[in-house]
Design a protein around this ligand. Structure first.
Ligand code: HEC
Length: 111
C-alpha cells in the first residue's frame, strides 16, 4: 500500500512538472522573443517585402508546425533553419501566439 502511495505522489509531481513545462502559449512573451524576426517579417508579422511571408493572422498551429519543420529539416530553408533551431518548444508556441494574434494584411490576388 505504501508503495502505491509513493508511486502516486511521484506521478503527481511528474504531472505537475509537465504542466509547468508546457505552459500555455503567451503572446506577450512571444513578442519579446520575436524581435529577431521583425527585420524580415515585420513587427506585426506583415512583411513589407514579398520576399518574406506574412505571419500576421496565420493559424497559430500552422506557425508552430512550420517552425518545427524548419528546425528538424523536413522543410528546408537556409535562413529559417538557423532561426527555428535556436528556439525552444515554448518559444515557438509563444512567438506563434504573438503573430497569430496580429491583424493579417494578406492581399488576396484574385478578388
Ligand atoms: C533574414 C530574414 C528572416 C528572419 C530574420 C526570419 N525569417 Fe522567417 N522566413 C524568412 C523567409 C525568406 C521565409 C520563407 C522560407 C521558405 O520559402 O520556406 C521565412 C518563413 C517563415 C515561416 C513560414 C511561413 C509560412 O507561411 O509557411 C515562419 C513561421 C517564419 N519564417 C517564422 C520566423 C520567426 C519566428 C523568426 C524569428 C525567430 C523568423 N522567421 C526570422 C526570412 C526570415
Amino acid at each position: 500500500m505504501r508503495r502505491v502511495m509513493n508511486c502516486s505522489v511521484g506521478l503527481a509531481l511528474m504531472l505537475g512538472m509537465g504542466v509547468a513545462y508546457a505552459a500555455a502559449p503567451d503572446p506577450v512573451a512571444g513578442r519579446e522573443k520575436a524581435t529577431a524576426c521583425f527585420s524580415c517579417h515585420g513587427e506585426t508579422g506583415n512583411a513589407e517585402s514579398p520576399a518574406f511571408p506574412r505571419l500576421a493572422g496565420q493559424y497559430q498551429d500552422y506557425l508552430v508546425k512550420a517552425l518545427e519543420a524548419y528546425a528538424d529539416g523536413s522543410r528546408q530553408n537556409a535562413i529559417m533553419q538557423g532561426f527555428a533551431a535556436a528556439l525552444s518548444e515554448q518559444d515557438r508556441k509563444d512567438i506563434a501566439a504573438y503573430f497569430a494574434s496580429q491583424k493579417g494584411l494578406v492581399v488576396k490576388q484574385y478578388e
